[in-house]
Each structure stands twice: as C-alpha cells, then as structure tokens.
Design a protein around this ligand. Sequence first.
Ligand code: G6P
Length: 367
Amino acid sequence: VLVDKGTHRHFMAKEIHEQPSVLAYALSHYLDPARKAVDLPGPAPDFAAMDRLLLVACGTAYYACHVAKYWFEQIARIPVEIDVASEFRYRNPPIGGRDGAIFVSQSGETADTLAALRYVRDAGGHPIAVVNVAESSIARESDQAFEIKAGPEIGVASTKAFTCQLIVLAALAITAGRQRGTIVAAEEERLVTALARVPAQVADALGAEAHVSELARDLAKARDILFLGRGPMYPLALEGALKLKEISYIHAEGYASGELKHGPIALVDDSVPVICFAPMDPLFDKTVSNMQEVMARGGRVLLASDTDGLAEAADGAWATLSMPACDPVWAPIVYAVPAQLLAYHTAVEKGTDVDQPRNLAKSVTVE
Ligand code: G6P
C-alpha cells in the first residue's frame, strides 16, 4: 500500500487527524448499531469459561492493556493481570487451562509479545490476538485474532493504533460482560451507545489543537513534565508521558493522581508542568484535590477537562484544555487526543524528527 502524508507535515499528524474516521471504521466491524449491541467479526472467546484474563503487550499497546484492565474488571468482573511481555515471558508465570490471555500488538510481530504468546499456548492457556496486521505471526498463532482496522501506521510513535486497540478491547470487555452475566442488555445498550459517540468526541477533542500548539511553546522549555490521572485515566497519563518522551526527548512521568503525595510531589516547583487528565467522573473531586496540592506548591497545572469540570476546577491552573463531555468509561479514548497533540506539538517546537525519533523502531522483532 502506498501511504502518503496528504496535507500534513508528518505521518504522525496525519494519523492523529484521521482518528475520527478510522475509529468509526473500526467500530463498524464491532458494533451492530440497529441492536445497539456488540457484534464481533469472528467467533467470540469463551470469557465465561475463564477464571482469569492476562493482558500482555509492549510499549503503547501495553498501556492499551492497562486501560482495558479497568474495563474488563468493571464490566465483566473478571480478574485481570497486565504485563509487559519482556517481564512476563521470563518470569515463568503459572498458567492454567482456565486462563485467557490477550496479546495486543500493532505490528503483530513484536518478539517479546510473540514469545509470551507461545509461552501461554504451550502452558495450556488460550491466546487471543488484537492486532493491526491480520497476517502477522501473533494473529496466526492465536486461537482467535481481532483486527483493529487502523490501516497502515507509519509514525513510530503509535497514535491511531492505540485508540483502535482500545475500541476492540472495549468491544471484547462488553462481550465478556454479556457472557458472564455481569451486564444486562440495557447496560450493554448504554455502553454501546456511548462508545458509538466516541469518534465524534475525538473529532471535537481535535479542536483543541491550536491551543495545544501555543502551550507547546512553553512545554518545549521544560526539563521534566508530570502527567496525572485516576482510574482508567491513570494508564492514559502513562501513555501521555511515553508519547512525550518518545518524540520530544523531554523527561516525563505518568503517575496515578493519588500516588503523587508518595514521591513525585517532591519534584514539583514552577518549572515542572503537571498535566492532569480529569474528565467528569466519579473520582473528579479527588483528582481536583490532588491538583490543588500541586498548585499549592507552585506547580504549573495544565487541566484537561470538559466544560463542567473546567467551571469547577480551573481556578489557579496555569492552562486549560477544553474537552468534550464524554462517558467516563470511554474517556481514555477521547483524552488520548490531547495526550498525542501535546507530544506532537512539543516535538515540532523542539524540531525533533517526529516520525523517526532517535533510537526507536516501529516494530521490534528482535530481542
Ligand atoms: C515499538 C514502537 C511502539 C510500540 C511497541 C509495540 O517500541 O516504537 O510504538 O508501541 O513497539 O509494538 P507493537 O507492534 O507490538 O504494538
């Protein structure tokens, strides 16, 4: 396939911007809009027969697993363990016949993830693949493979593959909930309706771009940047930090908001921007009080929230990013956009090679 940048300066920008249409396309393979239900493109894994679900991957795909842990636990009440593949494969973890394991990989060829998959299969577990490349090794060697339908991703830093991985993992979590009887049809309908709104909300979130590129002029001068989130926004904070490190070479750390006081708050002064992903969710007030702890120490808070959230908590923040209101369950997909844009524009400001960052490869097929 010949892929070009279109009118964009970098593949990464193009891939960020095509998310509304790519996510809608991915969703069209996983949802039945008439029934407002999930309709997987292939035979469903038997989640009711599982005692435990393992989610294993590397890099950005690992953070997709981390978000999905919250979904599978909440929606399907199944115990979930997440692991980076390079740790999992060498730890000799006990695997049983009632363990399911989902391996998430854009390329489907990452050496550590493939080795982890083979380990699970050989130990009698049930490997399931979530991949972008249908003919890949990880897809072929799994019991079932689900395509994320993101289309070719050229930028080394993953963007649209991450959000499409989340779409597929969301559909699998809802399927698991239905099979295990932890959600009723009305709840599935509610979750599916909210999920179907995500592409439009992602399009809205892209509207913050001009503002992000202004903020990036300041962020580019920082030596360290902290990202905070709670619940499923915690893994998004980790992903935001990874994205920024990968392409801007600024040191960044993602932290669970509630863990801030146990260490990283010592780093806070007026030279450390602290980016808070805070959708209006049941934990919003707690996130805000963590943010206030940062501001009380002179920290420069960048608050990303919706209109209600900003009205309630923007006082004293260094900057705000206005996000669309969205269902808190699926908010990590929508808030992935500001995470990507912040990294992208900070990198552009610094003049780094955005699509081909130093020392990184798109697909790591050797150990
Ligand atoms: C590399 C890429 C990352 C990617 C990771 C996992 O490190 O630079 O963007 O998240 O590999 O790749 P995979 O193809 O397995 O998703």
